[in-house]
Design a protein around this ligand. Structure first.
Ligand code: CUA
Length: 152
């Protein structure tokens, strides 16, 4: 009957969607693990020693923490370098005005807000080079604000 045909067509569509999504995340070699936000007092950035020296730190066999500062119109550190097959927790804040930390071609994207720390854990499976851009309008140099993320 026609009803059965529609049912089959709907199933094919759904399976197709799932396949596309699965293929998409495998092809990128990137997985989002979690998302949360910490708070620091506004103006406290200078006293928060974790951001004294924006850097990537190894905290476990395959685990890393990246302390990232966005400010007009750069990201620090630049480039951010992490090894392949690593799980990286990003701690992102802004020094001056609101920016974003957006890794081009992935769903790794967070606001960078003065006085707040955005936290995000991402797995990097394969060596690659990603661009980092700012998606929040932050002044005259906004569209030139970019950095790089290297998976080595
Ligand atoms: Cu920073 Cu736009």
């Amino acid at each position: 009957t026609y009803e059965k045909l529609w049912l089959v067509a709907a199933m094919v569509l759904i399976v197709g969607f799932i396949a596309t999504i699965t293929y998409g995340s495998v092809a990128l070699g990137i997985t989002m693990v979690g998302d949360q936000e910490d708070t620091i007092e506004p103006g406290e950035l200078g006293e928060d020693e974790r951001f004294d020296d924006p850097r990537v730190e190894q905290v476990g066999e395959n685990e890393y923490e990246a302390y990232v500062i966005a400010q007009t119109f750069i990201f620090q550190p630049d480039p951010i370098e992490v090894p392949e097959n690593s799980e990286v927790t990003f701690y992102v804040t802004a020094r001056d005005v609101i920016h974003s930390f957006s890794v081009v071609g992935t769903n790794t994207n967070t606001m960078a807000i003065p006085g707040e720390i955005s936290t995000m854990t991402v797995e990097f499976d394969e060596p690659d080079e990603y661009g980092i851009v700012c998606n929040e309008y932050c002044g005259s140099g906004h569209h030139n604000m970019e950095g790089e993320l290297h998976v080595l």
